[in-house]
Design a protein around this ligand. Structure first.
Ligand SMILES: Cc1cc2nc3c(=O)[nH]c(=O)nc-3n(C[C@H](O)[C@H](O)[C@H](O)COP(=O)(O)OP(=O)(O)OC[C@H]3O[C@@H](n4cnc5c(N)ncnc54)[C@H](O)[C@@H]3O)c2cc1C
Length: 362
């Protein structure tokens, strides 16, 4: 024990890196260690591009962090002993902490519908990408949310010989303004995507999928994009979590059950504008990661941090490399009237993605 405050950040995604970047500037007197199962930071928001065969950037985490004086442990966190304040790792010695920032993100939810885990691909993590094979023939993208829309557009643009189906229980972009929805539909159709709304997939098989109305849809590959779930480490370790396993936090992102633990990003349940839970997004992971670091440092210095203040500004969707939708939103994420489309939107989205990566990297 050196007397130094020991901060361990679990997860080097947008939230964990934003926290580490902040700590590197504001807590130089602390010993900061970031843990991640992967050696490289990959821009997760570009995984649909990688799925369509594009190369996406990767940054070496050790190099990125250690040049800022932050230690890096390349290992899987397998257990948190919240009484002994120690994180157990699979491939490195256990880490003792005074403060823990939990930012383990999310993975694809493949458990809710039979056959998804065995027969469908996902594009939520680096592991998913190693498994993914886009064959010739029909590719069915299930889920007409942002990830499904972006993937269908990207695949159709880069694989013009393939047949791309987009299946969802609602129309693509149902939560956006009518102008945005119209543009998404027109663009997907222009790219040749076949849209099937109002369908419910009840089983995925090796040959395709079965719908609730009893019909079968054949596909050479099915990509499941309908939801994300959080890792179970927090729940297994006894942190207070909701029914999905997200860490319950107060207005300063401190765990409701363990005051020396903070949570940020997809793995945290954070109450936002209008009393609604913040949605999983890098647009929420970055500010919550940064804020969590500020709250930790404030308390290390004996001050009480101000509650997190957060408001939404934009929702950005790419529709291939040359088109997109930028939906301006109110503070509570409800769509406003202003929408950008076409090349301008594609340009803005690319800037936002680059900016997010820049904001995360120390
Ligand atoms: C295809 C796609 C497109 C997206 N597009 C957008 C977009 O346009 N805009 C937007 O705002 N959001 C988008 N998102 C969502 C966004 O990527 C996530 O909300 C964001 O990455 C969350 O950041 P995070 O830091 O909480 O978690 P993550 O980025 O998931 O990072 C978590 C990290 O924890 C590590 N980890 C997990 N478990 C362990 C463990 N036990 N031990 C060690 N390490 C572990 C992982 O390796 C990972 O590096 C998209 C997501 C996908 C999949």
């Amino acid at each position: 024990m050196t007397g130094q405050h020991r901060i361990v950040v679990l997860g080097a995604g947008y939230a964990g890196l934003a926290a580490a970047r902040r700590f590197a500037r504001t807590a130089r007197d602390a010993r900061i260690t970031v843990v991640d199962a992967h050696a490289a930071f990959i821009e997760r928001v570009r995984l649909h591009q990688q799925a369509a065969g594009q190369r996406i950037p990767a940054w070496d985490l050790r190099e990125l962090l250690e040049r800022k004086g932050v230690h890096f442990a390349h290992a899987v966190a397998t257990d948190i002993d919240t009484t002994g304040k120690r994180v157990v790792l699979d491939a490195a010695p256990a880490l003792d902490y005074d403060t823990l920032v939990y930012a383990l993100g999310s993975v694809a939810d493949a458990e809710r519908v039979p056959g998804v885990a065995a027969h469908a691909y996902s594009i939520a993590t680096q592991e998913d990408m190693k498994r993914l094979v886009i064959p010739r023939g029909t590719v069915a993208v299930v889920g007409a949310g942002a990830t499904g829309i972006e993937l269908a557009a990207e695949l159709a643009e880069s694989h013009p010989d393939s047949r791309v189906l987009l299946l969802g229980s609602e129309e693509p972009g149902a939560w956006l303004s009518s102008r945005a929805r119209t543009h998404i539909r027109r663009t997907l159709e222009r790219l040749g995507v076949e849209i099937r709304s109002d369908v419910k997939v009840i089983e995925v098989t090796a040959a395709g999928m079965r719908l609730a109305d009893g019909s079968l849809v054949e596909a050479a590959a099915t990509v499941w994009t309908t939801g994300f779930r959080v890792p179970d480490l927090a729940a297994r370790s006894g942190l207070a979590v909701d029914s999905d396993g997200s860490v319950l936090t107060d207005a300063t992102l401190r765990s409701l059950s363990h005051p020396d633990v903070y949570a940020a990003g997809d793995a945290a349940l954070v109450v936002g504008p209008g009393g609604r839970e913040l949605r999983m997004a890098c647009a929420t992971a970055l500010p919550t990661g940064k804020y969590a670091a500020d709250a930790v440092v404030a308390r290390m210095r004996g001050a009480e941090p101000r509650p997190l203040r957060f408001r939404y500004v934009l929702q950005c969707l790419s529709l291939g490399r040359r088109d997109g939708v930028i939906q301006f939103v109110h503070a509570d994420d409800a769509p406003a009237r202003t929408v950008l489309t076409g090349r301008t939107a594609a340009w803005v989205k690319e800037r936002v993605v680059r900016g997010a990566s820049w904001a995360a990297r120390p």
